[in-house]
Ligand binder design. Structure first.
Ligand SMILES: *[C@@H]1O[C@H](CO)[C@@H](O)[C@H](O)[C@H]1NC(C)=O
Ligand SMILES: *[C@@H]1O[C@H](CO)[C@@H](O)[C@H](O)[C@H]1NC(C)=O
Length: 304
């Protein structure tokens, strides 16, 4: 009798454990019914850019531009945060040549200026709804894209900018080699190897194999033209110094892709910018310390 009882308890415990594990899997098997509206906007030269938006469009918008080789879904830890959802209108999009956006073959279809035009198309679409505040978040190479957009469109009103672990000029790009030179090679073997090594440099403490595979999967949707944008020059130092909107810098103390010296130089260019440095965090604070990242972002945007 006792044995049967023990076995039953054991089976129930197993069932319970598997239920917990199922809940912990961070990925939805099918698109979740969470109120996300998805559509395309026409970017530069009619290239279709895939956009997700969520929340009340009359609230302040937080618009996320991803890191190099990261699709819009890399913002999932923010996208599902109930507090962010309650207070803000969230928008994210896929760069051309990646994820669900169009993928032009021609290498001339890719540049920071063109990415900036695509971003302007997304902003035009959301700002037509009602006059309200728009705050842009750029992570890593999402920073030169966002700054290039602002530089080329002084007419479009933006109310704040959050720069997450990224560069203001291209002098640090070559420091990431290897793996960067493999990522732009013709051979798939080299590209896959390069991307695998590159993604491992993002977190300070290695990610789970599951999250790593998820990030790789998104990166492998990229075209070679998109991947080559990483070799294009940019220098936004002067423009950033002249920017007057409120800006926040989020820096990972243990960032292996962006040396601290550059991050501090970037932050020092603008007088009224605020800086937060996360201890023992690498290049991916949105994943590595989601709680603090979301909290700090929410606090900052609420006070703009
Ligand atoms: C955002 O929109 C919701 C729903 O319309 C509203 O209840 C909330 O107060 C708004 N939040 C802010 C910060 O304006
Ligand atoms: C680019 O950034 C570095 C800091 O990493 C700085 O020393 C340098 O002056 C900047 N280069 C240009 C051309 O602005």
């Amino acid at each position: 009798m006792n044995l049967i009882k023990s076995i039953l308890i054991f089976i129930l415990a197993c069932l319970n454990v598997s239920a917990v594990i199922a809940v912990k899997v961070p990925f939805d098997v099918y698109p979740p019914n969470d109120g996300t509206k998805s559509y395309y906007v026409k970017g530069e030269n009619g290239v279709k850019i895939f956009v997700d938006e969520k929340g009340d469009p009359t609230n302040t918008t937080i618009l996320f531009s991803s890191a190099f080789l990261h699709s819009r879904t890399t913002w999932d830890p923010q996208w599902v945060d109930p507090e962010l959802n309650k207070k803000f209108h969230l928008v994210r999009y896929d760069y051309r040549g990646l994820g669900r956006s169009d993928k032009p073959d021609n290498e001339n279809s890719y540049s920071y200026d063109i990415n900036g035009e695509d971003l302007s198309a997304v902003i035009r679409k959301i700002s037509s709804k009602k006059k309200k505040k728009i705050v842009l978040v750029g992570w890593s190479l999402g920073i030169p894209i966002t700054l290039t957009f602002m530089k080329n469109h002084p007419d479009m009103k933006i109310d704040g900018f959050i720069a997450v672990c990224g560069p203001v000029n291209d002098t640090i790009i070559n420091l990431v080699d290897p793996p960067l030179s493999n990522i732009i090679k013709k051979s798939y073997d080299k590209v896959f190897l390069g991307i695998d090594e590159f993604m491992k440099l993002f977190p300070f403490k290695p990610f789970s194999d599951e999250l790593h595979a998820y990030l790789l999967g998104n990166a492998f949707t990229s075209t070679s033209g998109y991947r080559k944008t990483v070799t294009k020059p940019f220098n936004l130092d002067e423009f950033y110094s002249s920017l007057t909107i409120p800006t926040l810098h989020i820096i990972g103390e243990k960032d292996a892709l962006l040396i601290m010296e550059h991050s501090l130089y970037f932050a020092s260019l603008k007088k009224n910018s605020k800086t937060i440095i996360y201890k023992n965090i690498g290049h991916s604070p949105s994943w590595e310390n989601t709680k603090e990242f979301n909290k700090d972002m929410m606090k900052y945007v609420s006070n703009i």
